[in-house]
Structures are given as structure tokens and as C-alpha cells.
Ligand binder design. Structure first.
Ligand code: SF4
Length: 365
């Protein structure tokens, strides 16, 4: 490594990035170049914790169903949750609705046009506020997300952990210094695209990269050591045993209302445990809860093990399909739904896997 190569002067970063953007960036996305803050906001909320390829169809469906903020604000919760189904992280959907209703009612549909007011909206943090204010209003706020952390950590050889307060401060301050203040929207989109298609987490395209002569990570062989994270993610394992209670041609479902994963989505009556359980134990617990009355039911089938990996939790368990001879007395706020009505409710992916299989085999009702 020649001394003169490093470090890259800050004022050279944006021109090199924008040169790549102009000459080589072919990444297409329907919201690119969009100026309508409503559409930008929708795309950004959908893309939080979601890959672009997965988010695309959701974005298109949302725009088609709710072309403006008033239409989204007026929609019943269940319709919006149903459209969100499969995207996960349902807090985003709740915040989306709350913000749409706030903008529609309190601001007569007008999206705020300055960074602080945008950031004060529910579900919008510094990253999303910077994205909306730069894309829609050309305001000079730099986005700092996983892509930006990676690009800056590698190009400038920064070993500060991105998940610490000091690390975040350092990266945010550097990102602000590097931002092209005259074209912040173009710059922000370019750095995110660059992180997604060139400076990728695995197999980055270093040998053809515009920064290869100045990139500390590349020149010092530390590409895979950067960026650094301090905390290790611990995965909590939970066992979910669902009782699929069938009475005549109806099934019992209810809404998850507690502050937990899948809040507001629907599920079958649930027995949760910290470890795996036998069917006998599950039935005993259900009887204690008065969901089942001895001799008034029959276990029709027990599913194989189902699993779903979330970011910090692993959900595993089974579905026990039970034919009731009498409807349970204490019905705990359950809703009894027929085959035709079940599709209107939004379920977590874990349940949808089961439903899809059973409805496909016509063996649920
Ligand atoms: S040279 Fe490699 S590590 Fe450095 S910015 Fe380019 S793609 Fe990323």
C-alpha cells in the first residue's frame, strides 16, 4: 500500500461515488427518482428490515390499493394488516396506519417537509427521515443504514462498532461530512445502491470498484473484518402449540393483543412453552383452561414440527386439530370462522404455512 493512497480525502468520496452512479449504476426500483413523499415513505417503511426483492410486490400492492394517504388512513385495520401479511415486523404496519391517520386528519393530507417534523412521525427514525427529506425535498441529510455503515467502514478503515452509541455518532458525523449537499437525494440513493450491489456483505466487487485504490479495507486485506459489531444476537427459543378447534364447519381464532411478536394478527388458541411438550400435556393444559371438556372432543390430527426463524427468536411447535362435539363454554373472545371467512384475517407466516397446506388438501374444515 502506498502512503499517498490513504486516507481518501473526504472531498473525493462523493465525486467518485456519483461517477459510479452515473456510469455504472443499473439498479432499478419503482420508487427511484420519486418525489411524492407519501410513496417514498411507504417504500421506506416497507424496506425497513425487508429485502428489496421481497418488498417490491408489497409496495406495488399498497400503491394500487391506497394511491394516497387519505385512502390508507380510511382503510380498516384488518384490510391493511392483510395486505402486510408475510412482511413481518408488524409494528411497522401499526405505525404506518397511525401516521397515515395523523397526516390525513391533523395535516389535511400534507406530508411534513422538514427533517425534524418528519422524524417526529410514528415509525420514522433518523434513517427514514433522512431518506424522505432528501428524496422528496432535497434536504441535506445523510442516510446511515447497514449499507452505509459497511461502505464507510471499509473505505475509511473504521473499526468502531456500528451498534454502539459512539460508533453510531462517528459514522453519522462522517456520513454528514461526505454528503453532497447540492444533490443529497441522488447521493443518498447512490451510496445505498453502491452498498447493495458493489460493496456487498459477501463477495464485494473490489477488483472493479471505483474506490479500490483508496479503500483501506481492500488495501489492508480487511474487507471481511469490517464493519464491526459488538453485540452478539442471542436467539430465544419458544414453543407454540396451536389447537385447531373445529366445531361443525367453523374454526376458533382470536387476535394476539399483547405486546409481543405478531401483535394484532390472528391465531388459533395457543399453548406456549419454553420447551417441547407431549400432546397429552398440551391437552391437559387446554382442559385446565376450560377450552376442552373431557370426552367432548376428538384429536383428529397432529402436524409435523413447524418452525419459523425470526431475527431474535426461533418459533417451533405443532398444530393439533381437534373436532369438538360441543362448543367450548368459555370461549375467551374467540371468533368462529368458516372456510370462506378465514382468508379475510391476517395470520403470521408460521400459521399461514399450516393453513396453506391444509386448505390445499381440503382437510381443515
Ligand atoms: S474496494 Fe471492495 S471493500 Fe472497498 S469499497 Fe470497493 S467493494 Fe467495498
Amino acid at each position: 500500500m502506498k502512503k499517498s493512497d490513504l486516507p481518501l480525502p473526504k472531498n473525493k468520496f462523493a465525486p467518485l461515488l456519483l461517477k459510479w452512479n452515473k456510469e455504472n449504476n443499473t439498479r432499478q426500483m419503482p420508487w427511484k427518482g420519486e418525489k411524492d413523499p407519501y410513496k417514498i415513505w411507504l417504500s421506506e417503511i416497507i424496506l425497513q428490515q425487508t429485502r428489496v426483492e421481497q418488498g417490491l410486490s408489497y409496495y406495488n400492492n399498497f400503491i394500487k390499493t391506497f394511491p394516497d394517504v387519505h385512502k390508507l388512513a380510511k382503510a380498516p385495520d384488518e384490510k391493511v394488516f392483510k395486505l402486510w401479511e408475510g412482511l413481518g415486523y408488524y409494528t411497522r404496519c401499526r405505525n404506518l396506519l397511525a401516521t397515515a391517520r395523523f397526516i390525513s386528519k391533523e395535516r389535511k393530507g400534507k406530508f411534513p417537509s422538514n427533517y425534524e417534523d418528519i422524524k417526529s412521525l410514528k415509525g420514522i427514525g433518523p434513517y427514514t427521515a433522512a431518506a424522505i427529506s432528501s428524496f422528496a425535498f432535497n434536504l441535506p441529510h445523510a442516510v446511515v443504514d447497514g449499507n452505509v455503515f459497511r461502505v464507510l467502514a471499509r473505505v475509511f478503515g473504521i473499526a468502531a462498532a456500528t451498534d454502539t452509541t459512539e460508533g453510531k455518532k462517528l459514522f453519522t458525523s462522517l456520513a454528514d461530512d461526505l454528503l453532497d449537499k447540492k444533490q443529497p437525494g441522488l447521493y443518498n440513493q447512490a451510496i445505498m445502491d453502491f452498498g447493495a450491489v458493489i460493496c456487498k456483505p459477501a463477495a464485494p466487487l473490489c477488483t472493479t470498484c471505483v474506490f479500490k485504490k483508496n479503500c483501506v479495507a481492500f488495501l489492508t486485506n480487511k474487507v471481511y473484518d469490517l464493519p464491526v459489531k459488538e453485540k452478539k444476537i442471542t436467539i430465544r427459543k419458544r414453543w407454540f402449540y396451536y389447537l385447531v378447534l373445529v366445531y361443525k364447519n367453523e374454526i376458533a381464532i382470536h387476535q394476539r393483543t399483547t405486546k409481543d411478536i405478531w401483535q394484532d394478527l390472528y391465531q388459533f388458541p395457543l399453548i406456549e412453552a419454553n420447551t417441547d411438550m407431549t400432546v397429552k400435556n398440551i391437552l391437559q393444559q387446554a382442559t385446565k383452561k376450560n377450552w376442552l371438556v373431557k370426552s367432548d372432543y376428538e384429536v383428529v390430527s397432529v402436524s409435523p414440527l413447524f418452525k419459523q426463524q425470526l431475527s431474535h427468536q426461533l418459533i417451533a411447535g405443532q398444530f393439533i386439530r381437534i373436532q369438538l362435539k360441543k362448543q367450548a363454554k368459555d370461549n375467551n373472545g374467540w371468533v368462529w370462522v368458516t372456510k370462506n371467512k378465514i382468508a379475510k384475517y391476517a395470520f403470521p407466516q408460521y400459521i399461514n404455512q399450516y393453513l396453506k397446506e391444509k386448505l390445499g388438501q381440503q382437510s381443515l374444515f
